[in-house]
Design a protein around this ligand. Structure first.
Ligand code: TXA
Ligand code: MG
Length: 313
């Protein structure tokens, strides 16, 4: 297979590839997704094979709008309707009871399905032209940093993707917020730029935070995830100079990522994965990343940095 990237996104070629059971890379406002026809089990198995992802880790279903939900979801609680009305299209994924006939390959064999409506115009154009659901995990090898530009997808997968749609740099740059509405209490499964307070403002009830999540089936929740290849050490705020000196004393070559006072969480989050990729490519022994603020708007960034650092001892 040959990866094609046009200056103008080639929606027709991507639709043809999806109909033929092939894989496409699709820009979204969060990160680039590795897309397949969500009704085609053989195509979905290709997603797992290419990513090296365990078969029981479910994918996210992407739809053009909420109108198609009844084809995929068995019951749509009022909370889901309220969140969809407020945040779709946008970086929010809802976990809901799946409808009969939804492929096991989409849900990882679970009785639930994760669904979102992306806002990126290229994703919207693709979904509308295709006319069905597109299953799309982030377009990276399992456990690695998600791609936020088309060039990252080509680095991750030189082969195996029929069409890589160009959509520029992702506006959010971090994966969507995931909320489960399966239980009596809404449960945050993955923090994102839509924070717990924003969800609670719409729902009018408390949302259980990630710390309260049952040891879940969310691959993004396994400790080492979103990780560069170079060991990554989180350094206390203001501690980069001292940490660099210490590492140099141990004969280690380091690359650093600062979080200067006054940094804005949205801007930092947008550029984080591109920065990690760039630092990872320098071939140093260790990445030193300065800790970010502990305020709520930094929760998604903190979560991803802690996971990226999880293998460092
Ligand atoms: O922003 C995003 O969500 C991106 C873009 C491409 O839309 N996609 C993404 O997909 O981050 P992925 O596969 O890297 O992460 C999907 C997450 C996983 O943590 C998975 O376990 C969770 O969604 N998930 C999917 N179905 C689920 C389910 N039924 N119950 C609980 N978690 C589920
Ligand atoms: Mg991922």
């Amino acid at each position: 297979m040959i990866a094609t990237v046009g200056a103008a996104p080639d929606i027709a070629a991507a639709v043809a590839a999806l109909r033929a059971g092939g894989l496409v890379a699709m820009p979204t406002e969060t990160v680039y997704g590795l897309g397949a026809d969500a009704r085609n089990p053989a195509a979905l198995r290709k997603v797992y094979a290419l990513k090296g992802r365990p078969a029981d880790h479910p994918l996210i279903l992407h739809l053009a709008d909420a109108a198609a939900l009844p084809q995929w979801v068995a019951d749509l609680p009022p909370a889901a309707q309220a969140l969809a009305a407020r945040f779709w299209p946008g970086p929010l994924t809802l976990v809901l009871r799946r409808a009969p006939g939804v492929p096991d390959e989409l849900t990882g064999g679970q009785d639930s399905v994760a669904v979102r409506v992306p806002s990126h115009p290229v994703a919207q154009a693709l979904l509308r032209a295709f006319g069905g659901g597109i299953a799309a995990p982030s377009a990276n090898r399992y456990g690695r940093v998600s791609p936020t530009r088309a060039a990252h997808v080509r680095e991750e997968f030189p082969d195996g993707i029929a069409v890589i749609l160009e959509g520029g740099d992702c506006e959010v740059g971090l994966e969507s917020t995931i909320v489960s509405l399966l239980g009596p209490v809404p449960q945050l499964l993955r923090p994102g730029v839509i924070g717990g307070a924003a969800l609670e403002a719409v729902l009018g009830v408390p949302v259980a935070g990630v710390a309260a999540a049952p040891a879940p089936r969310v691959p993004g929740s396994t400790a080492q995830h979103y990780a560069p290849r170079t060991p990554l050490e989180l350094v206390p705020a203001g501690g980069l100079v001292a940490a660099s000196a210490r590492a140099a004393g141990e004969g280690l070559r380091v690359a650093t990522l600062a979080c200067p006072p006054g940094s804005d969480a949205a801007t930092y989050g947008r550029g984080l994965y591109a920065s990690l990729r760039e630092l990872d490519a320098r071939g140093v022994d260790r990445l030193l990343v300065e800790a970010v603020p502990t305020t709520p708007e930094w929760e998604a960034v903190r979560d991803r940095l802690m996971r990226a650092a999880a293998t460092f001892r």
